[in-house]
Design a binder for this molecule. Structure first.
Ligand code: DAK
Length: 259
């Protein structure tokens, strides 16, 4: 697809969004733009039921391209508005389960890409952090917002104020990652999990929307959203398939069509 970001879909409806820009997958504006295009393609392609974002076996991404950003100005970033932030937001808004499979470093903008996923599976050798402060910056692609929502404000501040890195085990303990696997297994394990989600019903979209949008609302509004989306599941063919399958064969045997 793009020069640095590709999308490959397997026979089970799992798309791998692969970032590949040697040596450390530094995220230039072009990479962010290609990630945005990839996220839109995954959202639109009805064959795709779940997505794995992967930087390959050595590194997830060492953050925004520091060399390319060296001479950037306030005016440029101000004029660009949320351009880079929007690319990450497109991943976060993808209406299908997304798993980030993390080998090696996921730093700065790289870690922010993983924060846009529903789940983070880390290799034992993964290292994560928000080192922007060491450059005189703050995280700009969701790190000051998604990170505290995930791990709480104090842990987020520790990472953002200090600019340090955490190991996969430390990340697991603080809820920053969800699973840790040997380095040569993490991608496959993410794909396996994604295949289970890809075989799920259309209602997975509604579940993701209810949780993600509901978390941004007051409880009463969120419960009303849940009710509306619950009712919406009755408009899907998969809801009928699920009920008929249960009544004929018992739980968990339905073959869904994702529509
Ligand atoms: N950008 C460009 N090049 C990088 C890089 C990066 N982020 N990180 C590493 N490199 C390059 C190194 O310069 C080196 O290049 P050569 O010298 O070989 O030409 C090569 O990759 C290998 O790096 P090292 O020699 O340093 O290798 P090590 O294994 O010793 O260390 C490292 C790897 C990844 C731990 C280390 O390089 C490092 O700490 N890198 C910097 C990580 C970092 O600070 N990342 C945060 C960048 S700031 C925005 C939204 C978001 C952002 C910006 C704007 N808007 C909405 C406007 C995001 C900002 C960031 O992510």
């Amino acid at each position: 697809m793009g020069e640095f970001v590709s999308v490959e879909t397997d026979d089970h409806g799992v798309a791998t969004v692969r970032i590949d820009r040697a040596p450390v997958n530094a995220l230039s504006p072009q990479v962010f733009e290609e990630l945005h295009t990839a996220a839109r393609a995954c959202a639109d392609d009805t064959r795709i039921g779940a997505v794995v974002v992967w930087g390959g076996p050595k590194v997830f991404a060492a953050g925004a391209d520091i060399k390319a950003m060296r001479d950037a100005t306030f005016q440029e970033f101000y004029a660009q508005g949320g351009g880079l932030q929007e690319s990450v937001a497109a991943l976060a808004r993808l209406p299908k389960p997304v798993i980030a499979a993390i080998n090696g470093y996921a730093l700065g903008g790289g870690m922010e890409v993983t924060l846009a996923a529903d789940f983070r599976y880390a290799a034992e050798d993964a290292r994560m952090g928000q080192p922007e402060i060491l450059l005189g910056l703050i995280p700009g692609a969701g790190g000051t917002q998604r990170l505290p929502r995930l791990v709480g404000p104090a842990r987020a501040k520790e990472l953002v104020f200090g600019g340090g890195q955490v190991t996969a085990q430390e990340a697991l303990a603080m809820g920053l990652v969800d699973r840790v696997f040997p380095a040569d297994e993490v991608y496959e394990r993410a794909v396996e999990a994604a295949r289970r989600y890809a075989a799920g019903p259309y209602a997975l979209r509604m579940a993701k929307q209810a949780i993600d949008e509901g978390l941004e609302m007051d409880l009463d509004s969120a419960l009303r959203l849940e009710s509306t989306l619950f009712a919406a599941t009755f408009a899907t063919e998969d809801r009928r398939i699920g009920f008929d399958s249960f009544l004929a064969d018992g739980p968990g045997k339905a073959t869904f069509r994702r529509n």
